[in-house]
Design a binder for this molecule. Structure first.
Ligand code: PLP
Length: 361
């Protein structure tokens, strides 16, 4: 038996989730967001599984170049844009679409004459105050882009929402209507929809949507799980029990002895820890599945292992399968119990974890 932790990436689940995105935004092109190694799922694996998408979106030019090198030919949107001349040349050579969010990126474009035309999208700061041109700068940015001959037939505008994960947050409506005003004013093609908008604001899809987290089976909304929305987890993170031992009442478990056995009880150790990407801040009580049955994590997470309260599973034994998240245990629940979000859990799975690609059936 192989005791190495494994992340099983389910291609059928990825395809199912993409289909849900397409159905939620039937009039839009779908650009599947596969930045950060497809949220830890493997960018090339995800790009191949998601070949029904119209295109892909990544954060950086290097991520897009790696996809091209792997033979991915579809349109790729680089959401952070390019920061130096070399990457602009590469973007032009590899037919990447660059997001432009500051005037100095337009200066860069001007300082070279790109050999071939580059697709460019102007990013608008509609209220998130991270990247993007302020609403009053958009006209000038579009003018400069047109002067470079890079505005295309219709200008393209995109924005990103700060609070779309909370369906009741009023800031989202403000951001949306400000963006819509600009889109109408410039007759632009537009993109604004992350997963939360794709699933929660059907009237606001825009010309092309940018779903990320929903493709991996996670709910984009606070307080719900992907399963409740009909999504399927694309990653199962699994390990094995490497030890099962009885301890007396009062025994303290793990670093710092933070958890004390309230009675004589069996304690299991699973061979996975923060060195594999399991969150070190997972609290005692965080659910873990042993052969499909939920048991609580106890004590501190170590680099290579975690301890489990096996009182409800007296028959558990070395070699039993331990599921950290995936089918039957939403990553959202583990994230909530660890003070983080499923996005970070997925991105944090380290190279020490074996990756396996599976299909249904
Ligand atoms: C990451 C990202 C997305 C995808 O967001 P999800 O919440 O994962 O759907 C969309 N747009 C931009 C600009 C992003 O950075």
């Amino acid at each position: 038996m192989d005791f190495t932790p494994v992340a099983r990436i389910n291609l059928s689940a990825l395809r199912h989730n993409l289909k849900m995105a397409c159905q939620s935004a039937p009039a839009s092109q779908v650009f599947a967001v596969i930045k950060a190694n497809a949220y830890g799922h493997g960018a090339v694996v995800a790009a191949r599984a998601l070949d029904q998408a119209h295109g892909f979106a990544v954060a950086r030019v290097a991520e897009a170049l790696a996809l091209r090198a792997a033979g991915v030919g579809k349109p790729i949107l680089v959401m952070g844009g390019a920061y130096d001349l070399e990457s602009i040349q590469q973007a032009a050579g590899q037919r990447l679409t660059l997001v432009i969010h500051q005037f100095w990126q337009l200066d860069l474009l001007r300082s070279m004459k790109p050999a071939s035309p580059i697709g460019c999208v102007i990013k608008v700061d509609s209220g998130m105050h991270r990247l993007g041109f302020a609403p009053e700068e958009v006209e000038e940015a579009l003018r400069q882009l047109a002067a470079l001959g890079l505005a295309g037939e219709r200008p393209r505008l995109m924005t990103h929402l700060a609070n779309a994960d909370d369906r009741h947050d009023l800031a989202t409506g403000d951001q949306l209507s400000l963006f819509r005003t600009l889109v109408d004013r410039f007759g632009a093609e537009c993109s604004l929809a992350n997963s939360a908008v794709v699933m929660g604001w059907p009237q606001w899809q825009g010309d092309w949507v940018r779903p990320g987290i929903m493709l991996y089976g996670v709910s984009p909304f606070i307080g719900s799980t992907g399963g409740e929305l009909g999504l399927r987890p694309a990653m199962n993170l699994e390990a094995r029990l490497i030890s099962v031992k009885p301890y007396p009442k009062g025994a303290r478990i793990g670093y710092g002895g933070t958890w004390e056995c309230p009675e004589a009880m069996p304690v299991g150790v699973a061979g996975i820890g923060y060195g594999d990407g399991y969150p070190r801040h997972a609290r005692s009580g965080t659910p873990v599945l042993v052969e499909g049955a939920p048991v609580p994590l106890i004590g501190r997470v170590s680099m290579d292992m975690i301890a489990l309260d096996l009182r409800s599973l007296p028959g558990a034994k070395v070699g039993d399968k331990v599921t950290l998240w995936g089918e039957g245990l939403p990553a959202e629940r583990v994230a909530e119990s660890s003070g983080t979000i499923a996005y970070q859990l997925f991105c944090g799975v380290t190279g020490r974890v074996r990756r396996e690609v599976v299909e249904d059936g």
